[in-house]
Design a protein around this ligand. Structure first.
Ligand SMILES: O=C(O)CCC(=O)C(=O)O
Length: 404
């Protein structure tokens, strides 16, 4: 689930995103989910720490200024010279904070820029139509497992297809409890430089985690069930490695294995693809499954998908920085969207090039998505960080479908 934060930060300062146009729209419930909202939740522990740190810095700076001014005056400098010395000292401290504070200041600025991008995008997307039926219901898993052709065509055309009931309620509950326990344990661990970290690089991190999962009964069982009886393995087999007129089909390898958890108060993410388009290739390199571990309603920050934006045309518009973001703004304003309003056990399966992003969780409930992706063995793609090293590049689609 990686994307360049710097690219997003640059986009935040493009004129089209600073001043998105608001058009009157039909009043519909989904707009509440799409429009950007002020975050009305209690501050997180991280935010409290940042405030305390800010107050400490402010206090230290004030004392420092008084100290420099008094010291310079005591040494015989007149007020102008003493004042200039204070300014020089402030500039030096500012430079230190920006470049040598372990990245805290830069990270805070980047994160603010990312949220500005997300907010501007929300205003634009809210003007485009919602694909309501596809947001609320998908194809039954049993039907997909029996005959995947129609779902495979939909995935190829739209870049996203929904499969309902691919994971049993019992398996979803077991995995949800496992994710909660693993997240609590991972958050209390001290990060170690030599160990494989537990978190992937998710966008908009306040109250949101990309928790890498280890193999174990709950994870193996859920993955195998979604792949085998849920029909997803057949869809992946269709989607990956079938370059029309292309070379030999090799198969697919497990690429990501993790859980996305967004707690109340998590902000919306900027819209993004997970992988770029490969020049000269129409087929996806990576296909990702989001599996709901509880029902997801509009308040819980469902995933927003922009169907058919896996195309070369959409990527060109989305990534056209030289026009100041105009083509991107037009794309977002006019492309119909879908929401991942999944019931427990439903799956949103999507081409990783598709534009998408998680919305803000305005509910009082935790949203957990079990997710995994497979990569076409023919494709060269930058490795993802959303998988434990012990699982990376080791298991084929066939291996995983037989787990459990
Ligand atoms: O949370 C979601 O629904 C989507 C997350 C996502 O797209 C990402 O982290 O890359």
């Amino acid at each position: 689930m990686a994307i360049s934060i710097l690219a997003l930060a640059a986009a935040a300062y493009s004129p089209n995103f600073a001043a998105p146009q608001l058009a009157p729209t039909a009043a519909a419930a989904h707009l509440a989910a799409l429009r950007p909202h002020p975050v009305a939740c209690a501050p997180s522990d991280d935010e409290r720490d940042e405030t305390a740190q800010f107050l400490q810095i402010l206090g230290g700076l004030s004392l420092g200024c008084v100290g420099v001014f008094s010291g310079a005056s005591a040494l015989g400098a007149d007020d102008v010279v003493a004042g200039n010395l204070v300014l020089v000292a402030l500039a030096a401290v500012g430079a230190y904070l920006f470049y040598f504070d372990g990245g805290v200041t830069q990270a805070a600025l980047a994160s603010q820029a990312v949220q500005e991008v997300a907010s501007g995008e929300g205003e634009l997307v809210a003007q485009a139509p919602l694909e309501e039926a596809e947001s609320r219901a998908g194809r039954p898993a049993a039907a997909v497992a029996a005959d995947p052709a129609a779902a495979a065509d939909a995935l190829r055309a739209d870049g996203v297809v929904r499969i309902d009931g691919a994971l049993s309620a019992a398996a979803a509950d077991a995995l949800a409890a496992h994710v909660d326990a693993e997240l609590a344990a991972a958050r209390s661990e001290k990060p170690s430089l030599d160990a494989d970290g537990r978190f992937g690089p998710v966008l908009s991190r306040t109250n949101r985690w990309d928790l890498k999962l280890r193999r174990g009964p709950a994870v193996d069982g859920a993955l195998a069930e979604v792949l085998a009886s849920g029909g997803v393995a057949k869809l992946l087999d269709h989607a990956l490695g079938d370059e029309p007129g292309g070379g030999e089909k090799k198969g697919a390898t497990l690429f990501e294995l993790a859980a996305l958890v967004s707690d109340p108060g998590s902000p919306r993410q900027p819209i993004h693809p997970d992988t770029p388009r490969r020049p000269g290739s129409e087929a996806p390199a990576v296909v990702t499954a989001f599996v709901a571990l509880q029902d997801v309603d509009e308040e819980m920050g469902p995933t927003l998908f922009l169907p058919r934006t896996q195309s070369a045309d959409a990527h060109e518009k989305f990534n056209a920085p030289e026009d100041g973001g105009r083509a991107k703004a037009e794309l977002l304003r006019t492309t119909p969207h879908r929401l991942g309003l999944l019931k427990k056990g439903d799956v949103a399966l999507f081409d990783a090039r598709l534009l998408h992003g998680g919305l803000d969780n305005r509910s009082a409930r935790r949203r957990r998505l079990f997710y995994f992706s497979f990569k076409d063995d023919n494709a060269a793609v930058r490795p993802s960080e959303s998988i434990m090293d012990e699982v990376r590049r080791r298991y084929s689609l066939e291996d995983c479908a037989a787990w459990g």
